[in-house]
Ligand binder design. Structure first.
Ligand code: ADP
Ligand code: MG
Length: 619
C-alpha cells in the first residue's frame, strides 16, 4: 500500500466519509480501491478482480455511501454476498464506513435467521440491503423487498456465489432491478461462469484487475510439515504450543472433523470452537464474534463457512487437511495477513499428497518450506516459558502478603520446606500439560521405526514386483480415496456406486478399489492415473439424482468395507500388510487391531459397518 501515492482525500469523497476513514485509521486506498473508486463514483458499471484481503468491500461501499440519498425510502443499493457470514461482515463494514452519515439504514438479510424480523427492518425503510441470494429472492417474492428503485447492484465474491450454485437466483434477482441501475461485480477469480454473468449484465464496464500482484500469498509465510511419527492432532497441539500465535484458524475437510478436533483441542486446554454450515446461525455469529474479541483463540472450520472471514488477530492458518484446489488454498491463507499485517500458514501434508503441495506452489508461484515438528521437550520448555511470563506479571500483585502467611501455615502443618511446597503446587499447576518429560520422545522412535520398516521393504519386497509396471495390481500407491457426498442416508448401496462408476465413467472392475458407505457420504478408491476425460465425468457424476461432488480425501480406513471384487485389488492392513501410500503415521489403528496379516473383507458387512470412521482416533 505504501508505494501507492493516492490518498483518500484525493478521491472525490465527502467529508462524512473521509472523517470515518480517518477514525478507522485508513489512510491510503488499497490498489483495488484507488483504481475502482473513481469509475464507481462516475456511475459506470465495473468489474473488479483482486485477491482476498485487498479491501474490495470498501472499494464498492465508499462510492455507494458517497451518493446515498437519505430521503429515498426504498432500497437504493443491493449487495449480494455468498454466505451469511459475508453478508454480516459486509454490512458491518458499511455501517462503520457510514458511521458519520446520520440516519443511514443498512439491513442485512440472510437465511437461518427470523424472516419476520428482516421483513420488519425492510418495512422501516432501508438505504442499503446486503443479503444472500436465497433469502433475497424469498423476500422479493413476499413483496417485502422491492428493487424497483435500486440505483446500484453489487455482486460481491461472485466466483464463490456462482460456485455455490446460486447462478439462477442471482440472475433472477438482477432482473428485478431496473435496467438503469449501475452494476458492479467483484471477484477474486474469473471462472467461465462469472464471465457469462459479466457478459450478460455488465455494460461496457470499467475493468479493474490487480490480481496480478498476489499480495495475500506474498504476505504469508508458508510452511508445511509431512505427517510422520505422530498423528495430526498431536502435531496440532505441538505447533499451537510452540508457535507464536494470537488467534488461529484450522481448516479441516468435514463438518464432523471440525467438531471432533475442536473438542480434542478444548480438552487439552485450548480455547477453541468449531465453525461449519450445520451450526445454527446465531451460534455461528457468536463464534465469529468470540474469536474477534479473544474469548476463543482457535477456530476449527470448513472452507465454506470461513470464506472471506476477516479477523485481524488471526496470525496463523493451519491447513490440517490439504485443500482440494489451489484456489481454496489461497482463500484459506488469506484469512491471515489481513490489512497489511503478516501471517503464517502451516500445512499438514501426508506423503501421498506431496503432488498437490507442489501444484499449489506452482500455481501460487511461491515456495513452501518444510518444517519439523518440535520435540516433546521443546513443547515442555515452551510451557515453562509461558508460565514464567505469567508469574512475572504476578510478582507485583499486592494481595500476595496474605498468601505468604498461608504458606507458612502450610509448611508448619505439613512439615516441609518452602521448595517442596512450591514443587507440589507447581506439579498441580501443570495439569494436563507436563512441564517436563522423562525418556525419549515417542515421535522420534516412531519415525525411526518407520524408516527401518521402509528400508526393509525396499531391500526385501514381499509382493514380488507387483505394482511397479502394472496398473492397479493392488499397489496402494496407485489409488486415491475420493469422498462422494452421497451415502446410506440417501438410500445408496454399494452396487449403485459400482454401477455408476462402471456405466458413467467407463471404469472396469479392476479400477474400482475399496468402497466404504457411511451415513452422509461414501469413500471409494479410484485410480490415481485417471484420464482427464474420466475425471471430468467424475466431476459431473450423479447417483440417484444427487450430485456426488467427488473430492480426494485422506480417508484410508477401509476395514469392514466392500471387499475386493473378483480379480480386483485386495486391501491389505495398513501396518504390516505392505502399508504403502506412506501412511506410517497412522499406525495406531492397525496396531490396536493386533492382526499383523492381511485383512480380507466381507463385502456383506460393508453396509452394516458403523459410520463415523475417524471418530475413534483418540480413545
Ligand atoms: P476483500 O473483500 O478484498 O477480501 P476486505 O474488504 O474484507 O477484503 O478487507 C480486508 C481488510 O482490510 C479489512 O479488515 C478492511 O477493514 C481492511 N481495509 C480495507 N481497506 C483498507 C485501507 N484502505 N486501509 C487499511 N485497511 C483497509
Ligand atoms: Mg470481500
Amino acid at each position: 500500500m505504501s508505494e501507492n501515492q493516492i490518498k483518500f482525500v484525493d478521491l472525490d469523497l465527502n467529508q462524512d466519509i473521509l472523517s470515518a476513514l480517518n477514525s478507522m485509521g485508513f489512510e491510503t486506498p488499497t490498489p483495488i480501491q484507488a483504481a475502482s473508486i473513481p469509475h464507481l463514483l462516475e456511475g459506470k458499471d465495473a468489474l473488479g478482480k483482486a485477491q482476498t484481503g485487498t479491501g474490495k468491500t470498501a472499494a464498492f461501499s465508499l462510492p455507494i455511501l458517497n451518493k446515498i440519498d437519505l430521503k429515498q425510502y426504498k432500497p437504493q443499493t443491493i449487495i449480494m454476498a455468498p454466505t451469511r457470514e459475508l453478508a454480516i461482515q459486509v454490512a458491518a463494514e458499511i455501517k462503520t464506513l457510514g458511521q458519520n452519515i446520520k440516519g443511514l439504514n443498512v439491513t442485512e438479510i440472510y437465511g437461518g435467521a427470523s424472516i419476520v424480523e428482516q421483513m420488519r427492518a425492510l418495512k422501516k425503510g432501508s438505504h442499503i440491503v446486503v443479503g444472500t441470494p436465497g433469502r433475497v429472492k424469498d423476500l422479493i417474492n413476499r413483496r417485502s423487498l422491492q428493487l424497483d428503485e435500486v440505483k446500484t447492484f453489487v455482486l460481491d465474491e461472485a466466483d464463490e456465489m456462482l460456485k455455490m450454485g446460486f447462478v439462477d437466483d442471482v440472475t433472477w434477482i438482477m432482473e428485478q432491478a431496473p435496467e438503469s441501475a449501475q452494476r458492479v461485480l467483484f471477484s477474486a477469480t474469473m471462472p467461465p461462469m462469472v464471465k457469462t454473468i459479466v457478459d450478460r449484465f455488465l455494460r461496457n464496464p470499467a475493468r479493474v484487475d490487480v490480481a496480478g500482484e498476489n499480495r495475500t500469498v506474498a504476505k504469508v509465510e508458508q510452511n508445511f510439515w509431512v505427517v510422520k511419527g505422530v498423528e495430526k492432532d498431536e502435531a496440532m497441539t505441538r505447533l499451537l504450543e510452540t508457535e507464536d500465535t494470537d488467534a488461529s484458524i484450522v481448516f479441516v475437510r468435514t463438518r464432523q472433523d471440525t467438531e471432533r478436533l475442536s473438542d480434542w483441542l478444548s480438552a487439552r486446554g485450548f480455547k477453541s470452537a468449531a465453525l461449519h454450515g450445520d451450526i445454527p446461525q446465531a451460534q455461528r455469529e457468536r463464534t465469529v464474534d468470540n474469536i474477534k474479541r479473544g474469548v476463543i483463540d482457535i477456530l476449527v472450520a470448513t472452507d465454506v463457512v470461513a470464506r472471506g472471514l476477516d479477523v485481524p488477530r488471526i496470525t496463523h492458518v493451519f491447513n490440517y487437511d490439504i485443500p482440494f484446489d489451489t484456489e481454496s488454498y489461497i482463500h484459506r491463507i488469506g484469512r491471515t495477513g489481513r490489512a497489511g499485517r503478516t501471517g503464517k500458514a502451516i500445512l499438514l501434508v501426508r506423503p501421498n499428497q506431496m503432488r498437490m503441495l507442489r501444484t499449489i506452489e506452482r500455481v501460487t508461484k511461491s515456495g513452501m518450506e518444510e518444517i519439523q515438528l518440535p520435540q516433546r521437550d521443546k513443547v515442555a520448555e515452551a510451557r515453562l516459558v509461558k508460565l514464567s511470563a505469567e508469574l512475572e506479571a504476578d510478582k507485583e500483585n499486592a494481595s500476595l502478603d496474605s498468601f505468604v502467611e498461608l504458606i507458612e501455615k502450610l509448611q508448619t502443618s505439613l512439615e516441609i520446606d518452602a521448595a517442596t511446597l512450591a514443587a507440589i503446587l507447581l506439579k498441580r499447576q501443570q495439569g494436563k500439560r507436563p512441564l517436563f518429560y522423562k525418556g525419549p520422545d515417542p515421535m522420534i522412535e516412531a519415525i525411526e521405526r518407520d524408516n527401518k520398516r521402509r528400508k526393509e521393504r525396499r531391500e526385501n519386497p514381499r509382493d514380488g514386483g507387483r505394482g511397479e509396471g502394472r496398473s492397479f495390481g493392488g499397489n496402494k500407491q496407485d489409488w486415491d480415496t475420493y469422498q462422494l457426498q452421497v451415502g446410506r442416508d440417501s438410500g445408496v448401496q454399494v452396487k449403485d456406486i459400482v454401477g455408476a462408476l462402471a456405466n458413467e465413467l467407463g471404469l472396469t472392475k479392476h479400477s474400482i478399489g475399496a468402497i466404504k458407505l457411511a451415513q452422509g457420504h461414501t469413500f471409494v478408491q479410484l485410480p490415481k492415473a485417471m484420464t482427464s476425460e474420466v475425471a471430468g465425468k467424475l466431476k459431473k457424476l450423479r447417483i440417484r439424482q444427487k450430485e456426488v461432488g467427488a473430492v480426494v480425501c485422506d480417508f484410508d480406513d477401509f476395514r469392514e468395507s466392500r471387499g475386493p471384487r473378483s480379480g480386483g485389488p485386495r486391501r491389505e492392513g495398513g501396518r504390516d500388510g505392505g502399508g504403502f501410500r506412506g501412511r506410517g503415521g497412522e499406525g495406531h489403528r492397525g496396531r490396536r487391531e493386533g492382526n499383523g496379516g492381511e485383512r480380507r473383507f466381507d463385502r456383506n458387512r460393508g453396509p452394516k459397518s458403523k459410520p463415523a470412521p475417524r471418530g475413534n482416533r483418540e480413545s
